[in-house]
Write a protein that binds this ligand. Sequence first.
Ligand code: PMP
Length: 424
Amino acid sequence: MLQENASNSLFAFETLESNVRAYSRTFPVVFRKATGAILEDENGSEFIDFLSGAGVLNYGHNDSDFLNDAKKYLESGGIIHALDMATSAKREFMEYFDATILRPRDMTYKFQFPGPTGANAVEAAIKLARKATGRQTIISFTNGYHGVSLGALALTGNRYYRDAAGLPLVGAVFMPYDGYWGADHDTSKYLDRVLADASSGVDLPAAIIVETVQGEGGINTASRDWLQSIERLCRKNDLLLIVDDIQAGCGRTGCFFSFEFADLSPDMIVLSKSLSGCGLPLSLLLLKPETDVWQPGEHSGTFRGNNLALVTGTAALRKYWTNERLSDGVVETGHILSERLQQVAQNSADHNLSVRGRGMMVGLDCNTGKLAEKIVRRAFENGLVLERCGAEDHVVKLLPPLTIDGETLQRGLDILERSVHASV
Ligand code: PMP
């Protein structure tokens, strides 16, 4: 056993860790270190990271400024755990977020720190929407992904996850996302009709939850017009609008919030993933003051607002969100990414490949999961880490760190191009 253990660095994972493990199967090496857009395994092999912890590492791995602030905080005896007691780290984060993100955008929101995961924030949002309206149904969209705890899973479209629920998933009704019936069909009209028709079979909902770009669902992008129609329907029918910006937020599509391009004013916004800047778990529900109908402690949890994550989150705001540099860079690099990917698709022997996305959230639709899997496997063998998404896992998803340098980006795209050509 010892011998086997020595020759297979994944032995412990294969024998001790549950079958539920996933990414360690796609990337069968043991990672040890990381900086910026580069991951390193235990053998010293380097990989370019176009996965970014599924959107957690928008600023790359181990930003030294963030880590220095974390070190200083730890060395000063800064409090790490405080339930939801008032701490100086939380005050600084809220005041900084308000000053750098909310007020410049003329946004007034209150902060709720739920448990540390994205799904925790989604659960808080839908529970609050139900309480505030006295209604139960939440409208979600085809291919939506909002997490896998039972409330959030009810809003998640993919059967692979839903089938594992073990209980009926209740309280959600799915409507067609933008483009679901092709580009010429405005699916918001269907929703309008369903809401207006007292005999449609759909109870008047509490809220609509939407991703402006569906990250797990296949990099499907909602247009400005469609998003505005959804917001209008919320206002017309007195529904709350919840934007799930867990994956598309924190600058991924160009602006801090992914809905800024559509001028939305959501009643609630859920953020997580890149909020702490460096991968420490942190999630946040932003809610308009008038929706804040909670009683004290009514929605609870032991880990509400991880103080170290709040320190690094403040560092991220300070470094990247006091000017437009990062946002401008994302728009510019996003164009480079999409254009290069279009070329890869056009030059490919498979003429059905297509590209979509917004900012630095881009997907290569391979039509089949099999082809996308081949490409991702080849890319990994050649030193590039990326993942698949979409109903059939048929879309290769590119989420490089927003801070990636041009040379590393091109090297990653070169690997991807070779992997596509070798796979079709
Ligand atoms: N919403 C969206 C849009 C997500 O992308 C995710 C995670 N991929 C979640 C919710 C759930 O977040 P978590 O995995 O942290 O629970």
